[in-house]
Design a protein around this ligand. Structure first.
Ligand code: NDP
Ligand code: 1BO
Length: 327
């Protein structure tokens, strides 16, 4: 199914259902559904190609840290060779934490462009607002999590826009406090904020703050991430009940919930049926009752809390709560 050309007004959540693009601060558009590529592995090239050419995806989310950019680049190149225009595909990548110092931004970005075989990115994001030492352990040891000069890093991100190698810059995993600090010195606003968001973690504080500043939100892990350690939202009783009532799959109602909140979303799959299923979410709505049922799941908690990456009992972030500014 090809994504058509509709833009949404971010006013009334459940009238957004049939739309498939969102307008960014810059006036550019972001397709509502993107293909996530974390843990896509060696399959990523074929998966990206098929998702674009067969299933109509026009948005691909990747990152240096996912170690799949060469495969993703192969898939993008093959899709373009098959006749899809570069300007019709929205490609996102992210600056990893070991490159969170100003002199490393441009080289890291160039490496990403090279791996993806592209000459510009639609969106380049700060992956996490923390800096790691090369070779940092998981969980980190003392000295692995370093101070970050966010102002200097953001300035380098802004230069990428000025040099026209990136159309949009954005942030991931920021708290309200970190976002408002960045806004105090940014000369180019982040146009997208990507955070974990699903009915098990509504993440309303950052969503409402982004709405206040007209920053578009992309919901990551819309299916709850589905790892062995994560919550199984696909088999949640409320999700299954809503899916049955609207005659859709649990995956589709979770994705639709994200769209009806005015967020784009980037479900990951390497399975051809599920990739197709995950974009068949237009032309129908979650009624208000079902939308509200999904919005009322108890036991709200993050699945990706960053503990493994950044929390060290000694320093500088001693707990998950500290990492997330106690918000
Ligand atoms: P998702 O919530 O997208 O869940 C992916 C899991 O769900 C996979 O196991 C997949 O398996 C399975 N799945 C996919 N579709 C369906 C379906 N319709 N029904 C049942 N199961 C399904 O998790 P992710 O954490 O991967 O998040 C999505 C993307 O968001 C990432 O791939 C990445 O691009 C981005 N992300 C960004 C982060 C950041 O820090 N900025 C952090 C985390 C994610 P299968 O492949 O077998 O279908
Ligand atoms: C290492 C976790 C990052 C997922 O985007």
């Amino acid at each position: 199914m090809a994504q058509a050309e509709m833009i949404v007004e971010q006013d009334y959540p459940w009238v957004w259902a049939s739309h498939n693009k969102f307008k960014l601060l810059s006036g550019n558009e972001i397709p509502a559904i993107g293909l996530g590529t974390w843990k896509a592995g060696d399959a990523a090239g074929d998966v990206v190609f098929n998702a674009i050419v067969q299933d109509g995806y026009r948005h691909v989310d990747t990152a240096q840290q996912y170690a799949v950019q060469e495969e993703v680049g192969y898939g993008l190149r093959a899709a373009m060779d098959a006749g899809i225009e570069r300007r019709d595909i929205f490609v996102t990548s992210k600056l990893w934490c070991t490159d969170m110092s100003p002199e490393r931004v441009r080289p890291a970005f160039n490496r990403t462009l090279n791996e993806l075989q592209l000459d510009y990115l639609d969106l380049y994001m700060i992956h996490w607002p923390f800096r790691l030492r090369d070779g940092a352990s998981r969980p980190p040891k003392p000295g692995d999590v370093l101070d970050v000069d966010m102002k200097a890093v953001w300035k380098e991100m802004e230069k990428l826009v000025a040099d026209k190698v990136v159309r949009e810059i954005g942030i991931c995993n920021f708290t309200v406090k970190k976002l408002e600090s960045l806004l105090s010195y940014a000369t180019i606003m982040p146009s997208v904020c990507q955070v974990e968001m699903h009915p098990g973690w509504r993440n309303d504080k950052i969503l409402n703050t982004c709405r206040k500043y007209n920053i578009h939100v992309t919901a990551y892990s819309p299916l709850g991430s589905q790892g062995s350690q994560t919550r199984d939202l696909i088999n949640d009783e409320t999700v299954k009940m809503v899916a049955k009532r609207v005659s859709k799959t649990p995956g589709q109602v979770l994705i639709k919930w994200a769209l009806q909140r005015g967020t784009s979303t980037i479900p990951k799959s390497t399975n051809p049926e599920r990739i197709k299923e995950n974009i068949e979410v237009f032309g129908w709505d979650l009624p208000e009752l079902e939308f509200n049922a999904l919005s009322s799941l108890p036991d709200q908690r993050r699945e990706l809390d960053g503990a493994e990456l950044f929390v060290c009992p000694e320093e500088p972030y001693k707990s998950v709560e500290e990492l997330w500014d106690y918000e």
